[in-house]
Design a protein around this ligand. Sequence first.
Ligand code: GDP
Length: 313
Amino acid sequence: MFNSLSDRLTSTFKNLRSKGRLTESDVNKTVRDIRLALLDADVALPVVKEFTSAVRERALGAEVSQALNPGQQVVKIVNDELVDILGGETRTIRFAKSGPTVIMLAGLQGAGKTTLAGKLAYWLKEQGHTPMLVAADLQRPNAVTQLQVVGERAGVPVFAPEQGNVGGHDAVGPTGEGTRSFGDPVAVSRDGIREAVSKHHDVVIVDTAGRLAVDADLMAQAGQIREAINPDEVLFVIDAMIGQAAVETATAFLDGVDFTGVVLSKLDGDARGGAALSVAGVTGRPIMFASTGEGVKDFEVFHPDRMASRILD
Ligand code: GDP
């Protein structure tokens, strides 16, 4: 991921490094090259605009450091601005002061939420926490089983509605597909948290339903779950491979459910990835974690500074 963006930026800077002095036209040319590299990598236009104008302004400004030559200074400015659009400081879970920390997962179907639930639980367990998973994706019967498998792999208990013991109802999605929802995800989420309190789990991760595209029902359901469980964190999981649709999807979830952080999944893929990089810039929410494979350990805390260095390396 980000290889071609990285190559483009590196070659842009190669020409600069040898220059003893930068003219305004050098800066303009560099900014233009950066702009094209970002656009080609699928970074969203508003983010590109903000980014390039900040770089241009700072590069032409008077911040002259004796320690760096002009080319190195531009690289440093680009690095700083990249860290900024990626969310600035590293930020992970903020734990509740009392009671279990409730983490809700939201995102489109296939984004990687269920897989992430296992990874996050495993990561928390490694740090001495006692997480529990709650299966509140009742739109797809398989989702509950899938979370149970994920929980088993991570060695973490899963709270799920007992099938057959809950009143099912039919629902038809706007795309026309019939879905049989078995049980009420709001009630299951609430019961799951009650169970976590009684069993003294210190973190509860609630997996919610996704749809293939953003729709009003999905948002309404996620909003209701959010209201019922009052989560400490809502993590929006986004597939880094979805390209330009990332920004639109993220904005819809921000308006519909709101979220406190972003998880980029499938960063092991070979997509251009720039759209995913735009999500923090567009929503103002930090990228907290990255998913890099299907295994329970393919997961890392997202460090904006390290990612920027990796891209500019
Ligand atoms: P959900 O519908 O949001 O719960 O998504 P899932 O967790 O079911 O993931 C959808 C598919 O993507 C599954 O086949 C996962 O194995 C796969 N997947 C999830 N995360 C990653 C990742 O980081 N890298 C790769 N390569 N595949 C992933």
